[in-house]
Design a protein around this ligand. Structure first.
Ligand SMILES: NC(=O)C1=CN([C@@H]2O[C@H](COP(=O)(O)OP(=O)(O)OC[C@H]3O[C@@H](n4cnc5c(N)ncnc54)[C@H](O)[C@@H]3O)[C@@H](O)[C@H]2O)C=CC1
Ligand SMILES: O=C([O-])CC(=O)C(=O)O
Length: 330
């Protein structure tokens, strides 16, 4: 029996993500939570003739507690999205507190659940979630994931323009680092099967993956950021977490984790001098079972990308940790 919960379920990501979860045969129970509109979204999805039993809650009457109790997987797309001209870090002021408070609820009502953080800035919200769980004495690093799957999905899609591959999802491209601009490091040299990318096309391709989010923000012209592709990516990652928890072997996916707490991750953290980083992680019944160190395999150009990534990432992580320990006055 798998219970999935979406916090922020009425939003641009929350609704299509909830739809995909409702339709999935892997989900037996689905609980939706948001500060607005959950009754309507829940009523609508409840007419779908899939197996998942659905419930929806608002904050009143212990809604968060009711949504989270018994949860196996909690996805968090709650928070405001970007508008043109904003960086993901501009969302910190509002989203940091939203994620902190929701994770406090998880620590209390479903501390053993897998936590999948989508809310931006992921580079800070994941450290916030970790610190909240640590303060509650409930932190299990294997169960906390920053969802960076959209970067992987974009890399697969954009490289297809060059390779012409029929099914883009057949090419596995590791994307490591963080989830914003230059902290996103796609490793096309390690694609499997190998891809031939003409030299003049490589830099624009890397840039497009790094700034794919901006492409959507600009196109939506003030109406938000990626929602449908993010719902696809979030569902794809959640499905892998659930399948691995059910015992399926050999599932590896990049995700932003607290490296010192994952087998094999400590050595990577020491090598890069950063504790939170997205690397390909083998998933299993206990969550993030093993971090893969692909750093020795990256080429010289990719090493330069990694240096830029580290510089940007460090500050965002520290900002998240600091927010939990010294919250700004209200
Ligand atoms: N990790 C990733 O790759 C991506 C992350 N995102 C991020 O996901 C977040 C959500 O984006 P959208 O769905 O487009 O935004 P949205 O504004 O359409 O939806 C957000 C939802 O969160 C709800 N919410 C706000 N405060 C809440 C609280 N305290 N508890 C529960 N729900 C709450 C709102 O009522 C709203 O329904 C943004 O921070 C965005 O930047 C977006 C795309 C990709
Ligand atoms: O760009 C944004 O703000 C939303 C996001 O994280 C993405 O699309 O990758």
């Amino acid at each position: 029996m798998v219970k999935a919960v979406v916090l922020g379920a009425s939003g641009g990501i929350g609704q299509p993500l909830s739809l995909l979860l409702k339709a999935s045969p892997l989900v037996d129970e689905l609980s939706l939570y948001d500060v607005v509109n959950t009754p309507g979204v829940t009523a609508d999805l409840s007419h779908i003739s899939s197996i998942a039993k659905i419930t929806g809650y608002l904050p009143a009457d212990d809604g968060l507690k009711k949504a989270l109790t018994g949860a196996d997987v909690v996805l968090i797309p709650a928070g405001i999205p970007r508008k043109p001209g904003m960086t993901r870090d501009d969302l910190f002021k509002i989203n940091a507190g939203i994620v902190r408070d929701l994770v406090k609820g998880i620590a209390e009502y479903s501390p053993k659940a897998f936590i999948l953080v989508i809310s931006n800035p992921v580079n800070s919200t994941v450290p916030i979630a970790a610190e909240v769980m640590m303060q509650a004495g409930k932190f299990d690093p294997k169960r906390l994931f920053g969802v960076t799957t959209l970067d992987v999905v974009r890399a697969e899609t954009f490289v297809q323009d060059i390779t012409g591959e029929n099914d883009p999802s057949k090419t596995v491209i590791p994307v490591i680092g963080g989830h914003s601009g230059e902290t996103i490091v796609p490793l096309f040299s390690l694609a499997k099967p190998a891809v031939e990318i003409p030299a003049e096309k490589l830099a624009p391709l890397i840039k497009r993956v790094q700034f794919g989010g901006d492409e959507v923000v600009e196109a939506k012209g003030g109406a938000g950021s990626a929602t449908l592709s993010m719902a696809y990516a979030g569902f794809r990652f959640a499905e892998k977490v659930i399948k691995a928890a059910n015992g399926e072997k050999g599932i590896v996916e990049p995700t932003f984790v607290y490296l010192p707490g994952v087998t094999g991750g400590d050595a990577i953290a020491k090598e890069i001098g950063i504790d939170y980083f997205s690397v390909p992680v083998e998933l299993g019944p206990s969550g993030a079972e093993k971090a893969t160190n692909i750093l020795p395999d990256v080429n010289d150009e990719e090493k330069k990308l990694l240096e830029a990534c580290k510089t940007g990432l460090k500050g965002s992580i520290e900002k998240g940790v600091e927010f939990v320990h010294n919250p700004p006055p209200k």
